[in-house]
Design a protein around this ligand. Structure first.
Ligand SMILES: Nc1ncnc2c1ncn2[C@@H]1O[C@H](COP(=O)(O)OP(=O)(O)OP(=O)(O)O)[C@@H](O)[C@H]1O
Length: 358
């Protein structure tokens, strides 16, 4: 059996709440724990950090941090933990805050020397400031830098953007992406913002009342028809793509992904850059042939994987496979019936618009 991956089994009870999860998640990329308030997201993070003691196990790449016989105490787990509002020492400068953490580290051989960590988080210009003189986003960047002092193998983030306004969030997200790309360290990210999940997550765990409703790769999981969220007007999938071509006269960019290409609005992209596209189920329609005369520029070859009833009997939801990606399509039962297609058939998916996740 492969040792790579994160295996958790947590069971605990609080008055009126039971956490009962059994999860296998990849030890790479960003895993979002997503769910309504009170569904148990923060509790899972605290159990992973060892701050709360559930019954069960927690095994990271073969290292047992908890099982029936073992419970590695929180300070001995190589885990960085960043909360919604960081608590830096208010009387110390940023540099002194970082020094405090980094001087106490035990390992001399580390992936995160202080200077590299400061550069990674882009906080060089803040080092002399006291925390009171930092914006919320800057404080969070310092808190992340400080959390890397333990030379972690795993980064836990509990709504790190929740206290920031929209502008600060936008400023902060590229640093999270850089962390994700540079550190190659798995991140478990608690959020109830669909936008953050769409932008950052590779893997998603949907939680409901202390239990796992679904867990899997982002595109695949968002396309599942058995999840109640798919009945929502905003049901959509996220596709990772790469910019391959620009058409400057039309301000359009061509984004390629496994299974096809789509023209999207050019947001000053550089060829080769990676983007995430959000495609709403209601913006996808089906045809039997690629319609050359249509004003819809994005037509993809797709296979019907699954069909299910929407909230209203007139509406169907269709799950389509495009290469290794999935799309959702919402259409009337009548339109579907007129096409005369069924599960397994090849069709063309026309996409009215795809939004770039910013
Ligand atoms: N120490 C505790 N004692 C009693 N109940 C608790 C304790 N900690 C958490 N709970 C309860 O457990 C449930 C799950 O809480 P948790 O904070 O994990 O949810 P969450 O999904 O992170 O919510 P939010 O998005 O609001 O932060 C809630 O009903 C909460 O009231």
């Amino acid at each position: 059996m492969s040792k790579s991956g994160i295996e958790t089994r947590f069971y605990l009870q609080h008055p009126g709440f039971t956490l009962d999860v059994n999860l296998s998640i990849p030890a790479q990329g960003v895993t979002a724990l997503f769910g309504p308030s009170g569904s148990g997201k923060s509790t899972i993070l605290r159990c992973m950090a060892g701050l709360e003691k559930a019954k069960g196990k927690f095994v990271f790449n073969g290292d047992v941090w908890q099982d029936d016989n073992t419970f590695v105490p929180p300070h001995q787990r190589p885990i960085a933990y960043v909360f919604q509002e960081s608590t830096l020492f208010p009387h110390l400068s940023v540099m002194a805050n970082l020094n405090y953490a980094f001087k106490r580290r035990k390992q001399s051989n580390t992936d995160f020397p202080l200077d590299k960590t400061i550069a990674l988080l882009g906080i060089e210009h803040l080092l002399d400031r006291k925390p009171a003189k930092l914006s919320g986003g800057e404080k969070q960047r310092v808190a992340i830098a400080r959390s890397l002092a333990v030379n972690p193998k795993l980064l836990l983030m509990d709504e790190p953007l929740a206290a920031l306004d929209v502008a600060r969030k936008r400023e902060f997200l590229p640093f999270l992406e850089k962390l994700h790309d540079t550190l190659k360290m798995p991140v478990i990210y608690v959020s109830h913002s669909p936008t953050e999940v769409a932008r950052l997550a590779d893997h998603i765990v949907l939680l409901k009342e202390g239990q796992v409703e679904a867990s899997g790769a982002l595109n695949h999981t968002l396309s599942r028809l058995d999840l109640s969220s798919q009945l929502d007007e905003q049901a959509s999938v996220i596709i990772e793509a790469k910019i391959e071509q620009l058409q400057s006269e039309w301000h359009l960019a061509e984004a390629a992904f496994d299974g096809g290409k789509m023209w999207v609005r050019d947001m000053n992209f550089v060829i080769g850059s990676h983007v995430r596209l959000q495609v709403l189920a209601r913006d996808v329609s089906l045809t039997l042939s690629p319609d050359e005369d249509s004003s819809i520029a994005n037509t993809l070859r797709a296979r019907i994987e699954e069909v299910s009833q929407g909230v209203h009997p007139a509406i169907l939801l269709v799950r389509l496979k495009v290469g290794t990606n999935y799309l959702l399509c919402r259409l009337t039962s009548r339109s579907f019936h007129h096409l005369g297609v069924s599960v397994g058939d090849e069709v063309w998916a026309q996409i009215k618009s795809a939004a770039i996740i910013e």
